[in-house]
Design a binder for this molecule. Structure first.
Ligand SMILES: Cc1cc2nc3c(=O)[nH]c(=O)nc-3n(C[C@H](O)[C@H](O)[C@H](O)COP(=O)(O)OP(=O)(O)OC[C@H]3O[C@@H](n4cnc5c(N)ncnc54)[C@H](O)[C@@H]3O)c2cc1C
Length: 421
């Protein structure tokens, strides 16, 4: 590598953060609070362009996750810290609570399991009769329900804007439109290779411009590209990111009265996602979804968004076939629901009768970055791996937006350890 550029600032410790989603931004802020000079690099021209800006906007209470896991601990603490941050910064949020509804007797065991998990994780949740459930959601149909008090909704893009302001206020810098293409650990730091369309670096044959940045450490929060960036930085991740698209509809305004806040089904324990649900959005409207289908590109937001190379990589990963074999029934139902608005509406009307295909308007989709092992098992928990002076987030799916401030503190502690070592 040629002589790398260094930061403009003068502080003793300098760290590059990759990714302008909520995890990267929260981490950049946390590092600034440790007195570390930060340079955040994001390949898109805006912040929160992928998972963070395309999610359900829910502050999860910590109900679903294995007791003692990072997800459980950080969601429970993260819900409190993100509400507090929203209050401090005047960001729109509402701790409105949610209902999980058992639609028939076959779901009662699953509901009881969730109630038990809530107790184990210290999440306030109360079992309700159908009459009590209808005091919260008058149009819901159920045989029993769980009311979860600490769930809520929030404007995550606004959280990101506030985090970015905090980073800049602490002397950090955010560079948009800059992709990290690799990194090399050196005995005293890291050299980070970047590519940008803007002027200011050495030209490559494609007309793109490259630059190297020297830092004391690197933190990578690259979401859907976490494994790719890790591999380009010299790691061999044990799991691949497989992109699962979640499609949404919005209830027609004249039907929005059918849902007050959030209504979720009892999740199918054999299937790794929560099932389509109804969610009030913080700036109005009721979202329905997301389903879960394989995206044909990592940032593929419709069936027409295809990248043959990326699709080939997903299909070449044995874990995807193992997962598919184990989930043939639910997987096929998800595809059917993606192709048929009527099927989508049918799933919703199990929760709230009367929702018809005609009541649904298409809304933007999101793509989940889910790490999948070779044997087809999903990496359940958040996963962070260090490699020399690099810290890589290799799995940060839901509830990572809720837990972002906690994940950030965890990563800042890892950076301190790396710098001290
Ligand atoms: C459909 C859906 C619904 C969800 N609902 C919820 C919810 O309600 N509540 C909740 O808590 N969580 C939810 N989640 C999960 C949550 O959105 C994610 O866990 C969280 O946003 C992850 O943040 P991130 O910063 O890791 O990733 P991202 O937001 O994806 O950010 C990663 C960033 O890295 C950038 N990047 C990638 N490669 C490079 C590179 N080489 N160089 C520079 N930049 C790069 C990308 O452009 C991107 O901006 C949902 C997710 C989805 C997809």
């Amino acid at each position: 590598m040629s002589t790398p550029a260094v930061f403009a600032g003068t502080r003793a410790r300098r760290v590059v953060v990759v990714g302008g989603g909520i995890v990267g931004l929260a981490t950049a802020r946390a590092l600034g609070r440790h007195g570390i000079e930060v340079l955040l690099l994001e390949k898109e021209s805006t912040l929160a362009a992928h998972q963070t800006g395309r999610n359900s906007g829910v502050v999860h209470a910590g109900l679903y996750y294995a007791p003692g896991s990072l997800k459980a601990r950080m969601a429970v603490a993260g819900a409190q810290s993100i509400y507090a941050y929203a209050r401090e910064k005047g960001i729109a949020h509402d701790n409105c609570g949610k209902l999980v509804v058992a639609c028939d007797d076959s779901e009662l065991t699953g509901l009881a399991r969730l109630a038990e998990r809530a107790r184990a994780n210290g999440v306030p949740a109360h079992e309700l009769t159908p009459e009590q459930a209808r005091e919260h959601e008058p149009y819901v149909r159920c045989v029993r329900a769980l009311h979860v008090e600490t769930t809520g909704i929030i404007d995550y893009p606004a959280v990101c804007r506030a985090l970015a302001d905090d980073v800049r206020a602490a002397g950090g810098e955010l560079r948009l439109g800059v992709a990290v293409t690799g990194a090399e650990s050196t005995p005293t730091g890291v050299r980070v290779a970047t590519r940008t369309a803007r002027a200011g670096g050495a030209s490559t044959s494609k007309g793109e411009l490259t630059e190297e940045v020297a830092a004391d450490a690197l933190v990578v929060c690259a979401g859907l590209y976490a494994d790719r960036v890790a591999a380009a930085c010299g790691l061999v991740p044990e799991a691949r990111i497989v992109p699962f698209r979640g499609e949404y509809f919005e209830l027609a305004p004249e039907r929005a009265h059918l849902v007050r806040n959030l209504v979720y089904p009892v999740p199918d324990p054999r299937f790794p996602f929560l099932g389509v649900h109804l969610t009030r959005m913080i700036h109005g409207g009721i979202h329905a979804g997301p389903n879960a289908v394989l995206a044909l590109r990592r940032e593929g937001y419709t069936w027409r968004d295809v990248d043959l190379r990326e699709l080939g990589e997903s299909l070449a990963w044995p874990g995807l076939w193992q997962l598919g074999r184990r989930n043939l029934g639910p997987g096929a139902r998800e595809v059917l629901r993606s192709l048929s608005r009527r099927q989508f509406a049918a799933s919703l009307s199990r929760l709230v009768p009367g929702i018809e295909a005609e009541d649904l308007r298409p809304a933007p989709a999101g793509v989940r970055a889910q790490a999948l092992r070779r044997d087809g098992s999903m990496v359940e928990d958040f996963l962070v791996q260090t490699h020399g002076r690099q810290v890589h987030v290799l799995n940060a799916p839901s509830p990572a937006a809720t837990a972002s401030l906690e994940i950030a503190d965890h990563l800042a502690a890892q950076v301190e350890a790396v710098l001290a070592g």
